[in-house]
Design a binder for this molecule. Structure first.
Ligand code: GDP
Ligand code: MG
Length: 224
């Protein structure tokens, strides 16, 4: 069974992309899928690429076939400066073919690959390359993760407007509640309910998020 990869992005850094990717990895693995992970570019890497390492070590526990890979296969580009790749990479060029080759190497060991972006969708990589370009590069479905604090309406809508403007239609969005959602329910939920009719969260709706992004028709197409 092969599924389109999921590209996990967020309204900002530190919102919960890695946390959400780990939750998806666990849930999809428990559903019987062989899951791979990739972090195309990680910045702020001193001794080890922490996000990629955490994803890789967890993924190997569920999918031992990944043992043949090295951390560098999971995170082909690592830079020390904790900055947008455009700045952190200095004079180095990000080679998209290299990233496609790295993805293919992971993909052949998996049913589905979870790709964690860096920062948010408009994080610059090259003069003519932004984080959102990875959606098309990997032909991925997208999960936008938002925070649950004051300001999240604006942050979520800005990213959703961008996805719409880009013509990306197979995306889902959710909120990652790091702490209690009581305040969110009071100050934010009414607007989201009015606009969307529902709000999915990493904490309460992982199954629905998965159903939305890993639809059964993928399986049907595979069977037919
Ligand atoms: P990313 O930069 O978007 O990948 O964000 P992370 O997933 O690394 O999350 C940022 C920080 O918030 C990390 O220290 C996480 O451990 C923490 N965090 C993320 N989600 C949760 C959560 O649901 N609960 C708690 N307690 N901490 C969280
Ligand atoms: Mg992360």
């Amino acid at each position: 069974m092969k599924f389109k990869p999921l590209f996990i992005t967020a309204t900002n850094t530190n919102v919960g992309k890695t946390h959400t990717t780990l939750k998806l990895l666990e849930a999809l693995s428990l559903q019987g899928l062989k899951v791979g992970v990739m972090k195309p570019i990680e910045t702020g890497v001193e001794d080890i690429a922490h996000d990629a390492n955490l994803l890789f070590e967890t993924a190997k526990r569920y999918n031992p076939a990944l043992e043949v890979l090295k951390l560098k296969d999971i995170v082909p580009y690592q830079f020390t400066l904790p900055a947008a790749p455009y700045v952190a990479k200095g004079k180095k060029k990000i080679n998209l073919e290299l990233l496609e080759t790295a993805y293919a190497k992971i993909e052949e060991l998996c049913d589905i690959v979870l790709i964690e972006g860096a920062g948010g969708l408009l994080v610059p990589i090259e003069d003519d390359l932004y984080m959102y370009d990875f959606i098309r590069l990997f032909n991925a479905r997208t999960l936008l993760v938002g925070h649950g604090e004051l300001g999240c309406i604006n942050d979520v809508l800005l990213s959703l407007h961008l996805l719409d403007a880009l013509g990306v239609d197979d995306y889902e969005w959710c909120i990652n509640f790091k702490e209690s959602r009581d305040n969110f329910d009071k100050i934010t939920l009414p607007f989201f309910i009015s606009l969307f009719g529902r709000v999915l969260s990493v904490q309460d709706n992982l199954d629905e998020i998965i159903k939305s992004l890993v639809p059964c028709r993928d399986i049907d197409m595979d069977v037919l």
